[in-house]
Structure formats: C-alpha cells, structure tokens
Design a protein around this ligand. Structure first.
Ligand code: GDP
Ligand code: MG
Length: 178
C-alpha cells in the first residue's frame, strides 16, 4: 500500500463513503478541527483535509482524508478516491435504515473494485440520536463481522468515538496500543 515507508511516521490515505446526509463531512471536521457545525454545507464532488495524530508509542500517523459527496450523480467519481486508499470508512446514520442499505452497497463495491488489502470500517453515525435509532447495533455488528470490517458508532455532534474511529482501527492493524 501507500502506507509504510518510515514505520515511525505513517501516511494513510483514507476515504469516506456513504449516503448524503449521514454526517461524513461533520465527522471529518470534528476530527480535524474539533468542531461541529449544524449548518454544514453539502459536499460538492469531494474535499480533502489532512490531520496527523500521535499514538502512545510515538508513532505518528498522517491521515490524508478524502471526504466524498454521497449523491448519486457523483457515484461514478468514487473510484478516483477509493483506488489507492489504505482505509475506506463507510458511514451510515443509525436513524436511517436506507443509509444502512446504501452502506452495504458501498462495501460490495469496495470488495469488488478496491485494493485487496484495503482496511474497511463501518461507522454508524448520529449515535446521539439513539432515541430515534432504527438500525440495531447487533445488525451492524453482525454485518461488519461477516465482512471483516472494523465497526464503531460515533457522534460528530458530541464527539463520541470520533478519535477512536481514526486511532483504533489503524492501531489494531499495526498491533500497537490505542
Ligand atoms: P454528509 O453529506 O455525509 O457529509 O453529511 P454532513 O456532514 O453534511 O451532515 C448532514 C447533516 O447531519 C447536518 O445537518 C449535520 O448537522 C447532521 N449531523 C452530522 N453528524 C451528526 C451527528 O453525529 N449527530 C447529529 N445529531 N447530527 C449530525
Ligand atoms: Mg459531505
């Protein structure tokens, strides 16, 4: 992959995929800037941000993040972003079952056309809206296990599990503590 040249300073190309409105851009803004903007703008095409984190063993990871638009009319562009990506984060909204179906569509596409060693993460966002939950945790856990994916529920609004999303699955992969 494009990951390891200097094992102490890793560079990771990461792409976010998923239905429009599930919170992909808010997850990235929360991770990179520590902010949540309830009036965030719809992503056009795709946008790029980077963020470097330090793990406990002083390894640093520079994430080069491609945040894609979820709309149908941009779907044909997705391969431009996920090809060569080390990590693909597929996001759905826990209050929206259609977005969970759409996430499964993206997983299939990545399994077919992504690089064979791509790390896949399934993310149920908007966990703060648990009173309106319509995707049971167990369904997502089972789906993720069956497909060899890392799974986590997040809230870009409250920041719950946002750092863990970026830190843990990568740390697990490299067998370092997070
Ligand atoms: P994207 O199309 O996947 O990039 O979605 P956005 O990041 O633009 O977010 C879509 C809408 O969902 C916005 O109105 C956000 O304020 C809202 N949103 C995003 N993340 C969360 C979250 O974790 N909790 C709640 N309650 N709303 C969120
Ligand atoms: Mg967006």
């Amino acid at each position: 992959t494009n990951t390891i040249s200097d094992p102490q300073n890793l560079k990771v190309k990461l792409v976010l995929l998923g239905d429009s409105g599930v919170g992909k851009s808010c997850i990235v803004l929360r991770f990179v800037r520590g902010q949540f903007d309830a009036t965030s703008k719809v992503t056009v095409g795709a946008s790029f941000l980077s963020q470097t984190i330090a793990l406990q063993d002083s390894t640093t990871i520079k994430f080069e993040i491609w945040d894609t638009a979820g709309q149908e009319r941009y779907a044909a562009l997705a391969p431009l972003y996920y090809r060569g990506a080390a990590v693909a984060v597929v996001v759905y909204d826990i209050t929206n079952p259609e977005s969970f179906s759409k996430a499964q569509y993206w997983v299939k596409e990545l399994q077919k056309h992504g690089s064979p060693d791509i790390i896949l993460a399934l993310v149920g966002n908007k966990a703060d809206l648990h009173e309106n939950r319509s995707v049971p945790v167990q369904d997502a856990v089972e789906y993720a296990e069956k497909n060899g994916m890392f799974f986590i529920e997040t809230s870009a609004k409250t920041a719950d599990n946002i750092n863990q999303l970026f830190e843990c699955h990568y740390s697990l992969h490299y067998n370092v503590r997070c």
